[in-house]
Each structure stands twice: as structure tokens, then as C-alpha cells.
Design a binder for this molecule. Sequence first.
Ligand SMILES: C[S@@+](CC[C@H](N)C(=O)[O-])C[C@H]1O[C@@H](n2cnc3c(N)ncnc32)[C@H](O)[C@@H]1O
Length: 256
Amino acid sequence: MPLFNRTLSSVNYDDFADLYDHQYDLYRDDLHFYAGVAERVGGPVLEVGAGTGRVTAFLARRGVDVTGLEPSGRMIERARERAAQSGLELRLEQGDMQTFGLERRFNLVIAPFNALMHLYTPNEQVRALENLHAHLGTGGTFAFDLYLPRFGKSNTLRHEGETFYAADGRRTDVFFVQRHDKVRQHITTEYHVDTTHAGGQLTRRHYTLTQRYYTRYEMEWLLRFAGFEAPRVSGSFQGGPLEKGSEVMVFQTRAL
Ligand SMILES: C[S@@+](CC[C@H](N)C(=O)[O-])C[C@H]1O[C@@H](n2cnc3c(N)ncnc32)[C@H](O)[C@@H]1O
């Protein structure tokens, strides 16, 4: 069966935790944006799809009252380990943004770095957005970012310079193949991660990640349907306009 015909309920990030940190530990483009919104709006803040705590820890270190929601136990473990290394304790809850229920209400909900791309059907999207709305008080802010749908060559093994070197001489290369299901708006990336050991021996691990991409106006309508006001959309974390060359769509809206 072709990969893109698989039924998806959610992607299992448990398998993905190690690779994720390698790839995105140094990604910092969005950190000051989310810290700025948190400072402007004030806490408490809920981050959905907190992953290994990249953004959660950045906010917590700045004194923001932040709770991270994350379905993957392994990602949460990683977040705690990483935070503990710098003496930080994070408030993390295991849960799915479609179904979680916390008693607390938040002034700000954030979903950084494509977290909403793990909602694969209109029902999943509306369920999640309505649940996030329910966790915000009226007038509460919701901010998130998504990459603009623009893809490289499909069905071709690619390497885009992702090579990591470990202290013990191991070298890890990330190769990937992408498959695009235009009808479902799914992009599936199959990673082949090769580690070459000091003696020349090679080990390979496979990871598969499917994301559901959005167009700008589709997201605007989804937000309005779920009870949010028309969003402010920009094409960068610095607030520039969304234009042809933009790589991200940054949304800010409020609960009506
Ligand atoms: C691309 S990562 C972003 C992680 C983190 N926000 C960051 O910026 O580094 C997306 C995260 O969303 C989580 N996720 C997937 N499905 C989810 C769901 N239904 N509810 C909440 N989080 C989900 C994944 O487990 C993963 O950790």
C-alpha cells in the first residue's frame, strides 16, 4: 500500500524524539516572537505540541508562567531531561490538543513550529481549535505558525546538508524522501538516518512524519468557525507581510 494511503490518527513522536533534538535544537527564529507575545499578553500561557520543550524552556527561563501540552511520553521525558541540565523545572502535561481538559484557563495559547499540522481532518482541526478556545477566556490570545506549502522534489531521495558529528567520531547524515498527497493536503517525509561509526560500520534508522498543510485563507475560515476573530497574519516572526517569498505564516487571533 502506498505510504500516503495509510490511516493517520496521530504521528508517533516517541520514535522521533532523538532525531528531533538533533535537527531542531538550534532553531531559534520563533523564540523571541513567542516571548514577546507572552510578555505583551501576560500569563498563564499554554503551549500545545510542546515537543522537547524548546519554546517552553525559553519562556520559563524568562519567568513566564507556562504549561506545555504534549502527547508523546518520550518527548516529555526529553524536555524534562534537557531542562534539568540547566536546573529548570517545566510544567508539562501529557495530552492531545483535541481532547485534553485542564481546569485552568489561559490568557495565551501558542502552537509553535507547525504543531497544528498534526490535525489531519476537518473534524480533528475543529475539535482541537474549539478545545483551545474553551481553554482561553473571552479575549484570550491564540498565536501559532505554520510553514507555507512549498515542497521540493517528490519521490526522490534527498540530502540537504544535515550532517551531525558526535564527540566519539560518529557521523550522522539525514536523507529523506517526500511524498505529496495533494488531495488530502498531506506531505509525508520518510527519513533515512545513517550513522557512520568510527570503524566505518553503518547503521540506519527510519522515521516517518506526515503533516497536513494549510493555505492562509483555509486557516482564517477554520479560526472563525471555531469562534476566533479574523486573525492578523504575517509572513515572518518580525511581523513583515505575508508575500510570495515568505517561508512561514504567523497567525495571531483572539477568542470571541
Ligand atoms: C514540530 S513539533 C513542535 C515541537 C515544539 N513546539 C517546538 O517548537 O520545538 C510538533 C509537536 O506536536 C506534537 N503533537 C502531535 N499531535 C498532537 C496533538 N494532537 N496534540 C498536541 N500535540 C501534538 C508532537 O508530538 C510534536 O511534539
